[in-house]
Design a protein. Sequence first.
Length: 154
Amino acid sequence: MSIKLRRALLAALAFVAAYTGGWAYFAPENWYANFPGFGRSWLPQLGPYNMHLAMDDGAMFLAMAVLSLFAIRYARNMLVVQITACTWLVFNVLHLTFHMRHLSVYNTMDKILNVVALGLLVLITVALFAGQPEGEVMRAEPREPSVDSTSGDR
């Protein structure tokens, strides 16, 4: 996979996280009533508004945006990219699973949009595990020699 594609995938994740996180954290009641936007509303059907939960969700998404931006900067470092992808994969799979189990609260179009949008995020995340970026291999950091206190000069 090219570095440009890797960065584009990470940028897509960063955008989703910043969009969702910024809205949820800085305008939690509006986010709850109107997410995902574009004339649709997916959250009220799932339970009552909770400001603390909405703001925590926003904070988590903003943290994921920061992690994704960091990975964009270090996209040649497979360890950074794969840690970022692994973190996103855990969230995206669990998030998709929740929504798949609760599709009954939505109309047909919102069911389709939920599955497509959340499924696409899983696919983007899985794609980040594909191939070594050009010019980089995954390797551990060199270890510092340890100082053994029992083997000094006598």
